[in-house]
Design a protein around this ligand. Sequence first.
Ligand code: UT7
Length: 334
Amino acid sequence: MYHSIISGFGHYVPEQVVTNADLEKVMNTSDAWIQERTGIRERRFFNPETDTVANMSAKASRMALEQAGLQPQDVEFIILATITPDYFFPGSGVLLQRELGLESIGALDVRNACSGFIYSLSIADQFIKTGMYKTILVVGAEIQSSLMEMNDRGRNISVIFGDGAGAVVLQASNEKGKGILSTHLHSDGRFAEELYVKDPGSSRRPEERVDPEIMKGSSIRAFMNGNAVFKHAVVRFHEVIMEALDANGCSKEDIGLLVPHQANLRISNYLKEQLSLRDNQVYNNIMRYGNTTAASIPIALSEAKQEGLLHPDMLLCLAAFGSGFTWASALIRL
Ligand code: UT7
């Protein structure tokens, strides 16, 4: 059976840096509140003239492909995790395929929010293990700033989320004990409405669906019950990391680098303490990018690679939690 190894990492973030001070000018918030509650100092917002989910994904993908020594034409399948596709349908996976100049390979969108990248990695891993594909592009990308309300009503969400894209190239290898060791996927739909965008949902009456009153309200914006999400996140993150370690006969001491979904620096720090990890065993870049949902793990991986933090044979642990609720982990031997 084949194993999936990550042979290239890439990322792209929009040029526009939005600092906490910039947000202070348009809503009742403060740099102190944002940093203390989330660790975020700045984030990137897309440029509507130039950035799309598909073209940011293509930039991240080209970087990952170059690192892997491959051309876009070598890609056999695309999986794109996003909850902010360019169109209501089709998904942005096919737009990424078009951006890369690829003709008819399959492209799949995954809508599992913050866990979307690990879900995508898991799907890609299964295709590689069965021998169906040998080279798969796995991407996470979001434009969330266009969904935010830049005012007091939206402040509990808009200070947290940001835009960006990250990608990895997954390739088949025969080398035993290397690559993705296991992935673990979970969900609990009882909590779907704790973090969601309600409208324009298809279960609305036709005349209500794009009603101007709905468009003026907050139901077309992201809603988050932050406290509830936080409480579940700290439990599930830890649980799913331990599940991955146990499944492979590993212990927390074996973790070389933990790359958690960048939800909140307090969550990452809490995890670090729970697992008794050192500072340099947990990667964080939420300070610079905020929470970029499906893009956060691949952006963090690509930056960790650039910073020389990913070493051969290192045990890499990925973990995520978010809307759904969904949560997931992956254990990877580099
Ligand atoms: O990526 C998916 C997973 N997402 C997460 O894991 C996020 C989980 N949740 C969180 O990270 C935190 O709950 C938040 C960062 C969203 C909020 O932090 P918190 O410590 O839970 O704050 P809170 O919601 O309990 O609000 C505390 C106070 C409230 O005021 P009162 O009622 O105490 O007077 C809020 O109205 O902070 C107020 N507040 C703000 N103040 C300044 C809420 N948003 C803001 C803001 N600036 N942006």
